[in-house]
Write a protein that binds this ligand. Structure first.
Ligand code: SF4
Length: 252
């Protein structure tokens, strides 16, 4: 079971997969902004909660269109403008008050602690655990989104970090459902899922993160899972009567 999941994860790594196929957003301009402006990527991480992934990752681009800039000093100081841009119909996010506050707070932290350069959060050869900790310290990120962001930085953007053996899967509803139904874990706890991810791929536990997330989103749906077309379909015990309890915040 774990072997098949890790193999799929390695395929995704080898292809430099984004999150949904080769794109994060389905829009070339929005993808390019994430790739070329590290601060936009960080803002995108803030968006990745409670809305579909494509919409979340398009958030920085749409915010740029509405504000006309993503200047950190202005994002930090002009909180009302950021909030108005997020809340303008159609709203960019359902967290209409907290997300703008997170964006302004992140801009302030980037200026004060990283000289306005988000890449200083993840300099080449930094350790996975240090980068995860720095990201998790931002308001609105926390451990789950930090783990996801580290995995994307290394898999898709080619950031070279030490300590891949300390990487992890994000404790996300999709990942949790797949780990549970496939029998990789008996109980839905952060500790069990992280232990299982490390057991199936000790050298890089984060390898199965995107693989499990995609399976959870595309085939291992809460209702009517598509087991026969699932990457794990031939080896999975198909415990489809089980689902995560208390969904929690979704990656998207
Ligand atoms: S085979 Fe079915 S139960 Fe198992 S992971 Fe795939 S969709 Fe989920």
């Amino acid at each position: 079971m774990g072997e098949q999941l890790v193999r799929y994860g390695r395929e995704l790594q080898a292809s430099g997969a984004a999150q949904v196929g080769s794109s994060f957003t389905g829009d070339a301009d929005a993808d390019e902004l994430l790739a070329s402006v590290p601060e936009a990527f960080l803002i995108g991480v803030l968006f990745t909660q409670g809305i579909p992934a494509e919409r979340a990752w398009a958030g920085p681009w749409l915010l740029l269109q509405r504000l006309g800039h993503l200047e950190l000093e202005r994002l930090a100081a002009e909180r009302d403008s950021v909030a108005a841009a997020v809340q303008q119909p159609p709203m960019l996010h359902r967290f209409k008050n907290t997300l703008p506050a997170w964006i302004s707070s992140a801009a302030r932290r980037l200026i004060d602690e990283y000289g306005g350069d988000a890449t200083r959060i993840w300099p080449a050869d930094a350790h996975v655990l240090d980068v995860t900790g720095r990201l998790a310290a931002f308001d609105g990120i926390g451990r789950k989104k930090a783990v996801m962001a580290v995995e994307i930085l290394t898999r898709h953007y080619g950031v070279q970090l030490r300590g891949q053996e300390c990487g992890q899967v994000a404790y996300d509803v999709q990942v949790r459902r797949v780990f549970l139904r496939s029998g990789l874990v008996a109980r839905d706890t952060l500790e069990e899922i992280e232990r299982a991810a490390a057991r199936i791929c000790p050298e890089a536990p984060g390898t199965s993160d995107l693989a499990a997330w995609l399976i959870g989103r595309e085939t291992c749906r809460p209702r009517r899972p598509l087991c026969d077309s699932c990457r794990l379909g031939t080896v999975c015990p198909r415990r489809i009567g089980i689902d995560v309890q208390g969904v929690g915040a979704r990656r998207a």
